[in-house]
Ligand binder design. Structure first.
Ligand code: FAD
Length: 453
Protein backbone atom coordinates (compact mmCIF):
# COMPACT_ATOMS: atom_id res chain seq x y z
CA UNK A 1 0.00 0.00 0.00
CA UNK A 2 1.31 3.41 -0.99
CA UNK A 3 -0.61 6.46 0.15
CA UNK A 4 1.11 9.29 -1.75
CA UNK A 5 -1.13 11.86 -3.41
CA UNK A 6 1.41 13.41 -5.78
CA UNK A 7 1.06 12.43 -9.42
CA UNK A 8 3.41 13.41 -12.22
CA UNK A 9 2.09 13.40 -15.78
CA UNK A 10 4.35 13.38 -18.83
CA UNK A 11 2.69 15.11 -21.81
CA UNK A 12 0.02 17.83 -21.79
CA UNK A 13 -1.64 16.82 -25.06
CA UNK A 14 -5.34 16.00 -25.20
CA UNK A 15 -5.23 13.04 -22.84
CA UNK A 16 -2.66 14.44 -20.39
CA UNK A 17 -4.50 17.71 -19.90
CA UNK A 18 -7.90 16.02 -19.40
CA UNK A 19 -6.27 13.65 -16.91
CA UNK A 20 -4.62 16.52 -15.03
CA UNK A 21 -8.04 18.14 -14.65
CA UNK A 22 -9.68 14.92 -13.45
CA UNK A 23 -6.95 14.16 -10.92
CA UNK A 24 -6.96 17.75 -9.62
CA UNK A 25 -10.70 17.58 -9.07
CA UNK A 26 -10.18 14.47 -6.98
CA UNK A 27 -7.72 16.38 -4.79
CA UNK A 28 -4.41 15.00 -6.08
CA UNK A 29 -1.33 17.17 -6.36
CA UNK A 30 -0.58 17.12 -10.10
CA UNK A 31 2.67 18.09 -11.86
CA UNK A 32 2.76 17.98 -15.65
CA UNK A 33 5.84 18.14 -17.88
CA UNK A 34 5.23 19.02 -21.53
CA UNK A 35 7.99 19.17 -24.14
CA UNK A 36 6.41 21.82 -26.35
CA UNK A 37 5.82 25.51 -25.61
CA UNK A 38 2.39 26.46 -24.29
CA UNK A 39 0.20 26.30 -27.41
CA UNK A 40 -2.01 29.08 -26.00
CA UNK A 41 0.91 31.50 -26.19
CA UNK A 42 3.20 30.24 -28.94
CA UNK A 43 2.30 30.14 -32.60
CA UNK A 44 2.61 26.39 -32.96
CA UNK A 45 0.26 23.75 -34.21
CA UNK A 46 -1.04 21.29 -31.67
CA UNK A 47 0.64 18.55 -33.72
CA UNK A 48 -0.81 15.75 -35.82
CA UNK A 49 -4.20 16.64 -37.32
CA UNK A 50 -5.62 20.18 -37.29
CA UNK A 51 -9.11 18.95 -36.46
CA UNK A 52 -10.53 15.66 -35.33
CA UNK A 53 -13.79 13.85 -34.69
CA UNK A 54 -15.13 13.78 -31.17
CA UNK A 55 -17.71 11.06 -30.45
CA UNK A 56 -19.75 9.71 -27.58
CA UNK A 57 -16.93 8.10 -25.58
CA UNK A 58 -14.91 11.30 -25.58
CA UNK A 59 -17.99 13.35 -24.75
CA UNK A 60 -18.78 11.08 -21.79
CA UNK A 61 -15.30 11.73 -20.35
CA UNK A 62 -15.67 15.50 -20.86
CA UNK A 63 -19.07 15.36 -19.13
CA UNK A 64 -17.52 13.43 -16.25
CA UNK A 65 -15.36 16.53 -15.67
CA UNK A 66 -18.33 18.89 -16.07
CA UNK A 67 -16.81 20.77 -19.02
CA UNK A 68 -18.81 19.52 -22.00
CA UNK A 69 -20.95 22.68 -22.12
CA UNK A 70 -17.75 24.66 -22.80
CA UNK A 71 -16.42 22.16 -25.34
CA UNK A 72 -19.79 22.23 -27.13
CA UNK A 73 -19.08 25.78 -28.27
CA UNK A 74 -16.13 24.43 -30.29
CA UNK A 75 -18.04 21.70 -32.10
CA UNK A 76 -19.53 21.27 -35.55
CA UNK A 77 -21.92 18.30 -35.80
CA UNK A 78 -21.29 15.89 -38.66
CA UNK A 79 -24.48 13.93 -39.32
CA UNK A 80 -23.11 11.55 -41.90
CA UNK A 81 -20.67 10.96 -44.72
CA UNK A 82 -20.93 12.91 -47.95
CA UNK A 83 -19.45 10.46 -50.44
CA UNK A 84 -17.94 11.93 -53.62
CA UNK A 85 -17.60 9.45 -56.47
CA UNK A 86 -16.27 10.53 -59.89
CA UNK A 87 -18.97 11.28 -62.49
CA UNK A 88 -21.78 10.92 -59.95
CA UNK A 89 -23.58 13.38 -57.71
CA UNK A 90 -22.19 13.35 -54.18
CA UNK A 91 -24.48 11.32 -51.94
CA UNK A 92 -25.09 11.63 -48.22
CA UNK A 93 -24.96 8.53 -45.98
CA UNK A 94 -26.36 9.37 -42.52
CA UNK A 95 -24.32 7.91 -39.65
CA UNK A 96 -27.33 6.56 -37.78
CA UNK A 97 -31.08 6.43 -37.42
CA UNK A 98 -31.42 8.81 -34.49
CA UNK A 99 -30.93 12.55 -34.43
CA UNK A 100 -28.19 12.12 -31.80
CA UNK A 101 -26.22 9.73 -34.01
CA UNK A 102 -23.68 12.39 -34.98
CA UNK A 103 -19.99 12.96 -34.46
CA UNK A 104 -18.39 16.36 -34.03
CA UNK A 105 -15.52 18.11 -35.74
CA UNK A 106 -13.31 19.98 -33.29
CA UNK A 107 -10.03 21.87 -33.55
CA UNK A 108 -7.29 19.93 -31.79
CA UNK A 109 -5.57 23.15 -30.70
CA UNK A 110 -8.74 24.78 -29.35
CA UNK A 111 -9.74 21.65 -27.43
CA UNK A 112 -6.25 21.21 -25.98
CA UNK A 113 -6.17 24.89 -24.96
CA UNK A 114 -9.56 24.59 -23.24
CA UNK A 115 -8.45 21.48 -21.34
CA UNK A 116 -5.26 23.24 -20.20
CA UNK A 117 -7.27 26.29 -19.06
CA UNK A 118 -9.65 24.08 -17.09
CA UNK A 119 -6.83 22.09 -15.47
CA UNK A 120 -4.94 25.24 -14.50
CA UNK A 121 -7.96 26.62 -12.65
CA UNK A 122 -6.96 24.21 -9.88
CA UNK A 123 -4.16 25.38 -7.58
CA UNK A 124 -3.02 21.79 -7.16
CA UNK A 125 -2.00 21.58 -10.86
CA UNK A 126 1.42 22.78 -12.06
CA UNK A 127 2.27 22.55 -15.75
CA UNK A 128 5.85 23.00 -16.94
CA UNK A 129 6.08 23.65 -20.68
CA UNK A 130 9.30 23.24 -22.67
CA UNK A 131 10.31 20.38 -20.42
CA UNK A 132 11.14 17.46 -22.68
CA UNK A 133 11.68 14.33 -20.64
CA UNK A 134 14.74 12.43 -21.82
CA UNK A 135 14.64 9.45 -19.47
CA UNK A 136 12.82 8.06 -16.49
CA UNK A 137 14.39 5.87 -13.80
CA UNK A 138 11.69 3.68 -12.32
CA UNK A 139 14.08 2.35 -9.68
CA UNK A 140 15.08 5.59 -7.97
CA UNK A 141 11.93 7.37 -9.24
CA UNK A 142 13.56 10.28 -11.03
CA UNK A 143 13.01 12.09 -14.32
CA UNK A 144 15.69 13.71 -16.46
CA UNK A 145 15.11 16.37 -19.09
CA UNK A 146 16.70 17.26 -22.41
CA UNK A 147 19.14 20.19 -22.09
CA UNK A 148 18.67 20.48 -18.34
CA UNK A 149 20.89 19.29 -15.54
CA UNK A 150 18.13 18.94 -13.03
CA UNK A 151 16.52 15.62 -12.21
CA UNK A 152 13.20 15.60 -10.38
CA UNK A 153 11.67 12.92 -8.20
CA UNK A 154 8.18 11.55 -8.47
CA UNK A 155 5.87 9.35 -6.43
CA UNK A 156 3.46 8.08 -9.10
CA UNK A 157 3.95 8.81 -12.79
CA UNK A 158 1.52 8.60 -15.69
CA UNK A 159 2.76 8.71 -19.28
CA UNK A 160 0.45 10.49 -21.71
CA UNK A 161 3.40 11.37 -23.89
CA UNK A 162 2.03 9.97 -27.12
CA UNK A 163 3.07 7.30 -29.59
CA UNK A 164 6.82 7.63 -28.90
CA UNK A 165 6.44 7.58 -25.12
CA UNK A 166 9.57 7.85 -22.98
CA UNK A 167 7.79 6.32 -20.02
CA UNK A 168 6.87 3.33 -22.20
CA UNK A 169 10.58 2.88 -22.99
CA UNK A 170 11.35 2.79 -19.26
CA UNK A 171 8.60 0.23 -18.57
CA UNK A 172 9.79 -1.94 -21.46
CA UNK A 173 13.42 -1.74 -20.31
CA UNK A 174 12.37 -3.02 -16.93
CA UNK A 175 9.91 -5.71 -17.99
CA UNK A 176 11.30 -7.06 -21.27
CA UNK A 177 13.53 -10.03 -20.69
CA UNK A 178 15.16 -12.23 -23.28
CA UNK A 179 12.71 -15.00 -22.44
CA UNK A 180 9.30 -13.27 -22.38
CA UNK A 181 7.17 -12.37 -25.42
CA UNK A 182 8.02 -8.98 -27.00
CA UNK A 183 6.24 -6.32 -24.92
CA UNK A 184 6.02 -3.82 -27.74
CA UNK A 185 4.79 -4.20 -31.29
CA UNK A 186 4.71 -1.37 -33.81
CA UNK A 187 2.89 -2.09 -37.08
CA UNK A 188 3.68 0.72 -39.50
CA UNK A 189 1.03 1.43 -42.09
CA UNK A 190 2.48 1.74 -45.58
CA UNK A 191 0.19 4.70 -46.13
CA UNK A 192 0.81 8.21 -44.81
CA UNK A 193 -1.22 11.40 -44.75
CA UNK A 194 -1.02 15.04 -45.77
CA UNK A 195 -3.23 17.93 -44.69
CA UNK A 196 -4.54 20.56 -47.09
CA UNK A 197 -7.15 23.27 -46.80
CA UNK A 198 -10.28 24.73 -48.36
CA UNK A 199 -10.68 28.31 -47.17
CA UNK A 200 -14.13 29.87 -46.59
CA UNK A 201 -15.92 31.65 -49.43
CA UNK A 202 -16.09 35.44 -49.61
CA UNK A 203 -19.00 35.45 -47.13
CA UNK A 204 -16.91 33.41 -44.67
CA UNK A 205 -19.13 30.39 -45.30
CA UNK A 206 -18.15 26.77 -45.86
CA UNK A 207 -17.76 25.88 -49.53
CA UNK A 208 -18.97 22.28 -49.00
CA UNK A 209 -21.95 20.99 -47.03
CA UNK A 210 -20.93 21.83 -43.48
CA UNK A 211 -22.59 19.15 -41.34
CA UNK A 212 -20.86 16.21 -42.95
CA UNK A 213 -17.57 14.40 -43.10
CA UNK A 214 -16.69 14.42 -46.79
CA UNK A 215 -14.99 11.41 -48.34
CA UNK A 216 -13.55 10.89 -51.80
CA UNK A 217 -12.96 7.10 -51.77
CA UNK A 218 -10.58 5.99 -54.51
CA UNK A 219 -9.84 2.35 -53.61
CA UNK A 220 -6.09 2.70 -52.97
CA UNK A 221 -6.21 6.17 -51.48
CA UNK A 222 -8.76 8.65 -50.20
CA UNK A 223 -9.30 12.28 -49.42
CA UNK A 224 -11.44 13.40 -46.50
CA UNK A 225 -12.60 16.82 -45.29
CA UNK A 226 -13.75 17.95 -41.84
CA UNK A 227 -15.29 21.40 -41.26
CA UNK A 228 -13.79 24.12 -39.06
CA UNK A 229 -15.65 26.87 -37.20
CA UNK A 230 -14.03 29.63 -39.30
CA UNK A 231 -15.72 28.38 -42.48
CA UNK A 232 -12.73 26.41 -43.73
CA UNK A 233 -12.30 22.66 -44.21
CA UNK A 234 -9.21 20.67 -43.36
CA UNK A 235 -8.58 18.04 -46.01
CA UNK A 236 -6.48 14.97 -45.41
CA UNK A 237 -5.11 12.87 -48.23
CA UNK A 238 -4.31 9.29 -47.17
CA UNK A 239 -2.16 7.41 -49.67
CA UNK A 240 0.69 4.90 -50.01
CA UNK A 241 4.09 6.33 -49.19
CA UNK A 242 5.76 4.52 -52.08
CA UNK A 243 4.72 2.90 -55.35
CA UNK A 244 2.91 3.89 -58.53
CA UNK A 245 0.31 6.17 -56.95
CA UNK A 246 2.00 7.43 -53.84
CA UNK A 247 3.40 10.46 -52.06
CA UNK A 248 6.78 9.52 -53.51
CA UNK A 249 5.40 9.47 -57.05
CA UNK A 250 4.17 13.08 -56.92
CA UNK A 251 7.39 14.99 -57.32
CA UNK A 252 6.41 18.19 -59.17
CA UNK A 253 3.62 20.77 -59.00
CA UNK A 254 2.39 19.46 -62.36
CA UNK A 255 2.19 15.91 -60.96
CA UNK A 256 0.13 17.15 -58.02
CA UNK A 257 -2.24 19.25 -60.12
CA UNK A 258 -2.77 16.42 -62.58
CA UNK A 259 -3.35 13.91 -59.76
CA UNK A 260 -5.97 16.10 -58.08
CA UNK A 261 -7.64 17.07 -61.35
CA UNK A 262 -8.07 13.45 -62.40
CA UNK A 263 -9.00 12.01 -59.03
CA UNK A 264 -10.90 14.79 -57.30
CA UNK A 265 -12.46 16.73 -60.21
CA UNK A 266 -15.29 18.19 -58.11
CA UNK A 267 -13.07 19.75 -55.48
CA UNK A 268 -9.52 20.35 -56.68
CA UNK A 269 -10.25 23.92 -57.78
CA UNK A 270 -11.44 24.76 -54.27
CA UNK A 271 -8.25 23.63 -52.54
CA UNK A 272 -6.24 26.69 -51.61
CA UNK A 273 -2.49 26.79 -52.29
CA UNK A 274 -2.71 23.17 -53.36
CA UNK A 275 0.73 22.71 -54.82
CA UNK A 276 2.49 24.92 -52.27
CA UNK A 277 0.83 23.24 -49.30
CA UNK A 278 1.39 19.82 -50.80
CA UNK A 279 5.13 20.30 -50.79
CA UNK A 280 5.38 22.43 -47.62
CA UNK A 281 3.17 20.35 -45.35
CA UNK A 282 4.79 17.25 -43.89
CA UNK A 283 3.69 13.76 -44.86
CA UNK A 284 2.62 12.18 -41.58
CA UNK A 285 3.24 8.53 -40.80
CA UNK A 286 0.73 6.15 -39.24
CA UNK A 287 1.18 3.08 -37.07
CA UNK A 288 -0.54 0.80 -34.61
CA UNK A 289 1.38 0.57 -31.34
CA UNK A 290 0.49 -2.27 -28.98
CA UNK A 291 2.14 -2.55 -25.60
CA UNK A 292 1.65 -5.62 -23.40
CA UNK A 293 2.71 -3.90 -20.18
CA UNK A 294 1.00 -0.60 -19.36
CA UNK A 295 2.17 -0.22 -15.77
CA UNK A 296 5.05 -0.78 -13.43
CA UNK A 297 3.84 -2.08 -10.10
CA UNK A 298 2.23 0.81 -8.26
CA UNK A 299 4.59 3.42 -9.72
CA UNK A 300 3.91 4.05 -13.40
CA UNK A 301 1.04 3.84 -15.86
CA UNK A 302 0.62 4.56 -19.58
CA UNK A 303 -2.55 6.05 -21.04
CA UNK A 304 -3.68 7.41 -24.41
CA UNK A 305 -1.44 7.00 -27.46
CA UNK A 306 1.50 6.14 -25.19
CA UNK A 307 -0.27 2.87 -24.39
CA UNK A 308 -2.14 2.32 -27.67
CA UNK A 309 -1.53 4.50 -30.72
CA UNK A 310 -3.95 3.49 -33.47
CA UNK A 311 -4.52 4.51 -37.08
CA UNK A 312 -7.09 7.33 -37.43
CA UNK A 313 -9.69 5.65 -39.64
CA UNK A 314 -12.35 5.17 -36.99
CA UNK A 315 -11.74 8.63 -35.49
CA UNK A 316 -11.29 7.01 -32.08
CA UNK A 317 -7.67 7.58 -30.91
CA UNK A 318 -8.48 10.58 -28.74
CA UNK A 319 -11.90 9.19 -27.83
CA UNK A 320 -10.26 5.98 -26.61
CA UNK A 321 -7.64 7.98 -24.67
CA UNK A 322 -10.41 10.04 -23.06
CA UNK A 323 -12.19 6.80 -22.16
CA UNK A 324 -8.94 5.59 -20.49
CA UNK A 325 -9.16 8.71 -18.28
CA UNK A 326 -12.86 8.11 -17.63
CA UNK A 327 -12.22 4.56 -16.43
CA UNK A 328 -9.13 5.40 -14.35
CA UNK A 329 -10.90 8.31 -12.68
CA UNK A 330 -13.84 6.05 -11.86
CA UNK A 331 -11.50 3.53 -10.24
CA UNK A 332 -9.46 6.09 -8.31
CA UNK A 333 -10.80 7.16 -4.91
CA UNK A 334 -10.58 10.81 -3.84
CA UNK A 335 -7.06 11.78 -2.67
CA UNK A 336 -8.27 11.97 0.93
CA UNK A 337 -9.32 8.32 0.88
CA UNK A 338 -7.51 5.97 3.21
CA UNK A 339 -7.86 3.02 0.84
CA UNK A 340 -5.51 4.02 -1.97
CA UNK A 341 -3.73 1.04 -3.49
CA UNK A 342 -1.90 2.27 -6.60
CA UNK A 343 -0.75 -1.14 -7.72
CA UNK A 344 -4.28 -2.48 -7.66
CA UNK A 345 -5.62 0.56 -9.52
CA UNK A 346 -2.95 0.42 -12.21
CA UNK A 347 -3.50 -3.33 -12.66
CA UNK A 348 -7.25 -2.86 -12.93
CA UNK A 349 -6.82 -0.04 -15.43
CA UNK A 350 -4.66 -2.19 -17.69
CA UNK A 351 -7.03 -5.17 -17.37
CA UNK A 352 -10.02 -3.00 -18.24
CA UNK A 353 -8.51 -0.95 -21.04
CA UNK A 354 -6.03 -3.19 -22.90
CA UNK A 355 -8.59 -5.55 -24.54
CA UNK A 356 -10.57 -2.51 -25.61
CA UNK A 357 -7.52 -0.72 -27.01
CA UNK A 358 -6.59 -3.85 -29.00
CA UNK A 359 -10.13 -4.11 -30.36
CA UNK A 360 -10.35 -0.50 -31.53
CA UNK A 361 -6.86 -0.80 -33.03
CA UNK A 362 -8.10 -3.71 -35.21
CA UNK A 363 -11.36 -1.98 -36.11
CA UNK A 364 -9.50 1.22 -37.06
CA UNK A 365 -7.31 -0.66 -39.55
CA UNK A 366 -10.39 -2.38 -41.00
CA UNK A 367 -12.19 0.93 -41.33
CA UNK A 368 -9.54 2.22 -43.75
CA UNK A 369 -10.79 -0.29 -46.32
CA UNK A 370 -14.38 0.72 -45.56
CA UNK A 371 -13.65 4.41 -46.03
CA UNK A 372 -11.43 4.30 -49.08
CA UNK A 373 -13.23 1.52 -50.92
CA UNK A 374 -16.38 -0.12 -49.50
CA UNK A 375 -18.44 3.07 -49.04
CA UNK A 376 -18.48 3.46 -52.81
CA UNK A 377 -19.72 -0.09 -53.44
CA UNK A 378 -23.32 -1.13 -54.03
CA UNK A 379 -23.02 -4.19 -51.74
CA UNK A 380 -21.86 -1.95 -48.86
CA UNK A 381 -24.80 0.38 -49.38
CA UNK A 382 -27.26 -2.54 -49.58
CA UNK A 383 -25.91 -4.02 -46.34
CA UNK A 384 -26.03 -0.61 -44.67
CA UNK A 385 -29.71 -0.37 -45.66
CA UNK A 386 -30.40 -3.84 -44.26
CA UNK A 387 -28.61 -2.93 -41.01
CA UNK A 388 -30.73 0.23 -40.73
CA UNK A 389 -33.86 -1.87 -41.30
CA UNK A 390 -32.86 -4.33 -38.57
CA UNK A 391 -32.08 -1.50 -36.19
CA UNK A 392 -35.44 0.13 -36.94
CA UNK A 393 -37.38 -3.11 -36.45
CA UNK A 394 -35.44 -4.47 -33.47
CA UNK A 395 -33.66 -1.57 -31.75
CA UNK A 396 -33.02 -3.65 -28.61
CA UNK A 397 -31.39 -6.45 -30.55
CA UNK A 398 -29.48 -4.82 -33.37
CA UNK A 399 -27.22 -1.79 -33.44
CA UNK A 400 -24.68 -1.57 -36.29
CA UNK A 401 -21.02 -1.85 -35.27
CA UNK A 402 -20.27 1.71 -36.35
CA UNK A 403 -23.04 2.93 -34.03
CA UNK A 404 -21.77 0.77 -31.14
CA UNK A 405 -18.29 2.27 -31.51
CA UNK A 406 -19.27 5.87 -32.15
CA UNK A 407 -22.57 6.52 -30.36
CA UNK A 408 -22.57 4.00 -27.53
CA UNK A 409 -20.26 3.13 -24.67
CA UNK A 410 -20.39 -0.66 -24.95
CA UNK A 411 -16.76 -1.85 -24.51
CA UNK A 412 -14.92 -1.81 -27.84
CA UNK A 413 -14.05 -5.49 -27.58
CA UNK A 414 -17.73 -6.39 -27.27
CA UNK A 415 -18.61 -4.19 -30.24
CA UNK A 416 -15.91 -5.99 -32.21
CA UNK A 417 -17.20 -9.47 -31.31
CA UNK A 418 -20.83 -8.60 -32.04
CA UNK A 419 -19.70 -6.86 -35.24
CA UNK A 420 -18.18 -10.13 -36.52
CA UNK A 421 -21.55 -11.87 -36.10
CA UNK A 422 -23.27 -8.93 -37.84
CA UNK A 423 -20.95 -9.28 -40.81
CA UNK A 424 -22.04 -12.88 -41.41
CA UNK A 425 -25.70 -12.06 -40.84
CA UNK A 426 -25.69 -9.06 -43.21
CA UNK A 427 -23.92 -11.02 -45.93
CA UNK A 428 -26.52 -13.76 -45.63
CA UNK A 429 -29.47 -11.35 -45.61
CA UNK A 430 -28.06 -9.42 -48.57
CA UNK A 431 -27.75 -12.65 -50.55
CA UNK A 432 -31.26 -13.68 -49.53
CA UNK A 433 -32.66 -10.31 -50.55
CA UNK A 434 -30.94 -10.47 -53.94
CA UNK A 435 -32.54 -13.85 -54.58
CA UNK A 436 -35.95 -13.41 -52.94
CA UNK A 437 -36.76 -9.72 -53.02
CA UNK A 438 -37.40 -7.33 -50.14
CA UNK A 439 -36.43 -8.62 -46.66
CA UNK A 440 -39.41 -9.37 -44.41
CA UNK A 441 -39.54 -8.62 -40.71
CA UNK A 442 -40.47 -12.25 -39.94
CA UNK A 443 -37.47 -13.64 -41.80
CA UNK A 444 -35.16 -11.08 -40.21
CA UNK A 445 -36.40 -12.05 -36.74
CA UNK A 446 -35.86 -15.73 -37.49
CA UNK A 447 -32.26 -14.93 -38.48
CA UNK A 448 -31.63 -12.77 -35.40
CA UNK A 449 -32.72 -15.75 -33.28
CA UNK A 450 -30.51 -18.08 -35.28
CA UNK A 451 -27.47 -15.79 -34.85
CA UNK A 452 -28.34 -15.38 -31.15
CA UNK A 453 -28.48 -11.59 -31.36
P1 FAD B 1 -0.60 13.21 -28.08
O1 FAD B 1 -1.72 13.96 -28.69
O2 FAD B 1 0.46 12.68 -28.99
O3 FAD B 1 0.05 14.10 -26.96
C1 FAD B 1 1.27 13.75 -26.35
C2 FAD B 1 1.83 14.98 -25.68
O4 FAD B 1 3.03 14.61 -24.99
C3 FAD B 1 2.20 16.07 -26.67
O5 FAD B 1 1.76 17.31 -26.20
C4 FAD B 1 3.72 15.99 -26.73
O6 FAD B 1 4.32 17.25 -27.02
C5 FAD B 1 4.06 15.52 -25.32
N1 FAD B 1 5.33 14.78 -25.24
C6 FAD B 1 5.76 13.81 -26.07
N2 FAD B 1 6.97 13.36 -25.67
C7 FAD B 1 7.29 14.06 -24.57
C8 FAD B 1 8.43 14.06 -23.70
N3 FAD B 1 9.47 13.25 -23.91
N4 FAD B 1 8.45 14.92 -22.65
C9 FAD B 1 7.39 15.75 -22.41
N5 FAD B 1 6.30 15.80 -23.21
C10 FAD B 1 6.25 14.96 -24.28
N6 FAD B 1 -8.58 10.67 -32.76
C11 FAD B 1 -9.91 10.82 -32.62
O7 FAD B 1 -10.48 10.46 -31.57
N7 FAD B 1 -10.66 11.33 -33.62
C12 FAD B 1 -10.11 11.71 -34.81
O8 FAD B 1 -10.82 12.16 -35.71
C13 FAD B 1 -8.70 11.56 -34.98
N8 FAD B 1 -8.12 11.95 -36.13
C14 FAD B 1 -6.77 11.81 -36.27
C15 FAD B 1 -6.18 12.17 -37.48
C16 FAD B 1 -4.82 12.00 -37.67
C17 FAD B 1 -4.21 12.37 -38.99
C18 FAD B 1 -4.03 11.47 -36.62
C19 FAD B 1 -2.56 11.27 -36.82
C20 FAD B 1 -4.61 11.11 -35.42
C21 FAD B 1 -5.98 11.27 -35.23
N9 FAD B 1 -6.61 10.91 -34.04
C22 FAD B 1 -7.96 11.03 -33.90
C23 FAD B 1 -5.84 10.30 -32.95
C24 FAD B 1 -5.49 11.35 -31.91
O9 FAD B 1 -4.78 12.37 -32.52
C25 FAD B 1 -4.65 10.74 -30.78
O10 FAD B 1 -5.21 9.53 -30.36
C26 FAD B 1 -4.56 11.70 -29.61
O11 FAD B 1 -3.88 12.86 -30.01
C27 FAD B 1 -3.84 11.04 -28.44
O12 FAD B 1 -3.65 11.97 -27.43
P2 FAD B 1 -2.46 11.81 -26.40
O13 FAD B 1 -2.59 12.97 -25.48
O14 FAD B 1 -2.46 10.43 -25.86
O15 FAD B 1 -1.14 11.92 -27.27
Amino acid sequence: MNDTHDITIIGAGLVGSLLALGLAKKGYQVTVFESRPDLRKADISAGKSINLALANRGIRALKQQGIFDKVELLLIPMEGRMVHIPHEDAHFQPYGLHKDDVIYSVSRGALNALLLDEAQKYPNVSIYFEHRVSSIDLGDKTIKFVDQDKAVSFSQIIGTDGANSVLRDAIIDKHQTSTNEPILSIEKLEHGYKELCILPNSADQHKLLVNALHIWPREDFMLIALPNLDGSFTLTLFMANQGNTSFDSLTSADDVLKFFKINFPDVYREIDNLTVDFFNNPTGSLATVRCQQWHDEGTALLLGDAAHAIVPFHGQGMNCGFEDCFDLLNLLPPAQSSSLDWQDIFEQTQALRKPNANAIADMAVENYIEMRSSVAKASFQRQKAIAAKLQGWFPDRFSPRYAMVMFDDIPYHQAQTIGEVHKQLLTELDKWQQENGELTKEFALQKLDEYQL
